[in-house]
Design a protein around this ligand. Sequence first.
Ligand code: GLC
Ligand code: CA
Length: 561
Amino acid sequence: MKEKWWHNKVAYQIYPKSFNDSNGDGIGDIRGIIEKLDYLEELGIDLLWLSPIYCSPLADQGYDISDYYNIDPRFGTIEDLEELIAEGKKRKIGIVMDLVVNHCSDEHEWFKKACEDPDGPFGKFFYIKDYKDGDELPCNWRSYFGGPCWDFLPGHDDKVYLHVFHKKQPDLNWENPLLRKEIYKMINWWLDKGIAGFRIDAIINIKKKLPFSNYPADRGDGLSSINNMLKEASGIGEFLNEMADECFRKHDSFTVGEVFNEKDSELPLFIGDNGYFSTMFDFSTTFIDETDTATIEPVDNLAEKYKKAFFKSHKRVEGIGLLSNIIENHDEPRGVSRYIPKEDLTDKSKKMLAGLYFLMPGIPFIYQGQEIGMENLSGVKSLKELDDCANPDLYTRAVEDGLSEEDALKYIARWTRDNARTPFQWSDEKNAGFSEGEPWLMLNPNYKEINLAKQKDDSNSVFSFYKKLIALRKNPEYAEAIVYGEFEPYLAEQKNLMSFKRIDGKTVLIAANYQKEAQTVALDRPIKSVLLSNTEEINYDGESLRLNGYDFIVAELRNCS
Ligand code: GLC
Ligand code: CA
C-alpha cells in the first residue's frame, strides 16, 4: 500500500441542520460551524465532512439537491462556505463536501426541463418511460423509502420516471455521457474552490441493471428490494474510473465512498493504490442486527458478532487499502445505544466502543455528538414528533410484521434516522445551547445529563477520552503502528474479548472486555507500558491481564529478543 496524505487523518461528520444554529431560526448553519472550528481543532480533527448544504427542498434533508452550485439560504451563502474553507485551512482542517449524484431534486432545473420536454436533451438525464394507467410499471423495485420507485412524470399522465429513493429524488441517468460531463464539471468546480474532497453518496446505485425487469417480490406489497437488482448490475467501474480520472486523481483529493455489496475481486479497484476512491466506509457491523422481520428483541451474542464482522472486513482489505470506520452516522442509530446492551451503557462502555473502532486499521470518522456519548432518543410518543421521510415505511413494515402499535413505536425509536439527527448537546441550557429559537427537530431529553459543557474540562469524560484517542493516533511514537501497522487479531476465539495487535516495529496491544463479567487475558509478551485505558485499576501480574467488565486497555508490549 502506497502512503497517502489522508491515511493518518481523523475525520468528523457534521449534520449541518443539527450542529449549531448561529441566527436563532432553529436550523444549524455554516456560520454555526465556523463558530465551532476551534472546538474541532481542540478535539484534533483533520477532515470535516458536511452532509449536504446545497440548495434543496429538504425532502430528504438536503440529499435532494436543486442547485449543485449554490448553498441553501437556510445554511448560509457561498461566501460563508468560502470562509469556512479558509478558516479550516488555518487550522489544518480540510472540508469534505457530500457528493450526491445518483439523483438530484425534482426541483432541479434539469428535471423541470425534462418535464417540459421529455424527449429533449434533459429528458435523457433521467429514466423516463411511457406508461398507461393500469399497465404494469417498468419494474417492481421498491424505493428505499417504501412504495414503487416509479411515479408519474409531473405534467404527464402517460409517462413515469425512476426514483430509487424519495419521489422528490429522480435518478440521474449515468448511461448518458452528457450527464456525466455535467457532473464532472460540477465536481471540479468544487475541488478548485479548495475543498479537500468528497464523501460520495449512494454511489453504488448509479449503475442499473438494464433493461428494467422484475425481481421476486419480497414483501406483501409485491415489490422487490433494490438489492436484488444491484447484485446483478455490472459495469459500475467504468463510471467510477472515469469520474476518478476526470476529477479526483487530478486534484489528489480525499474521497470516501458509501459503498455496499462490493465483491472481493473489486476491492483493489475501489480502494487500492490507484482506486476509484481513497477509502470507503466499513458498514459490516451495521448488518449484525439485521433481521428478516421487524423485532424489538435485543440481539443475542452482540459482542461476538461485532468482533467477527469488524475483524473480517479489515482482514479482507489488508494490504489493499484502508476502510473508514464508524460506529454511527446520520443514517444509523447512535452507536453506543446499538452496540452496547442497554443495561450496560455507561461512560466506561462508551469509551471501550470508541477505543476499539479508533485503533482498528482504517480512518476513524466521528459523527457529531458521538464524542460526548450521545444516545438514541427515548420516550418517543408518536411518529409526529419525528421527521425523517423513512419513518412511515419503517412503521408500516413493523406493523405488517406483526408488532403492536406500541412495539412498532419502540421499533421506530430504535431504528429511526432521527436518533442521530437530534440537535447537538452543547450544554444544559436552553435548547441544549444549540439554538436561541425553536429547534427544527426535538432535542434528546437527556441533554441535561449528556452535554459538552459538562464534559469539556473533566479529564474522565467521554469527550476527554476521544481527545486522548486522537492524541495517541498522532503521537509520533505510535502513529506508524496505529496507521500502517499489521493488524493481528489476538485470542479471537475467547468469548466477548475483543483484542488485537497493531505491529510495526512496535507492538501495540488493544484489549477490551466486551461484557459485564470480568475475564482474564493471557499475554504472550510482557507489557512495556500502558498507553491508554478507561479504568484506573489495571490488574496485571506480569503474565496476564484481569479485565473487569468493559475494561479497555491499550499497551505497548515488549518485543521478543
Ligand atoms: C445516502 C444518505 C442518506 C440519503 C440517501 C439518498 O444513503 O446517507 O441520508 O437518504 O443516500 O441520498
Ligand atoms: Ca440558522
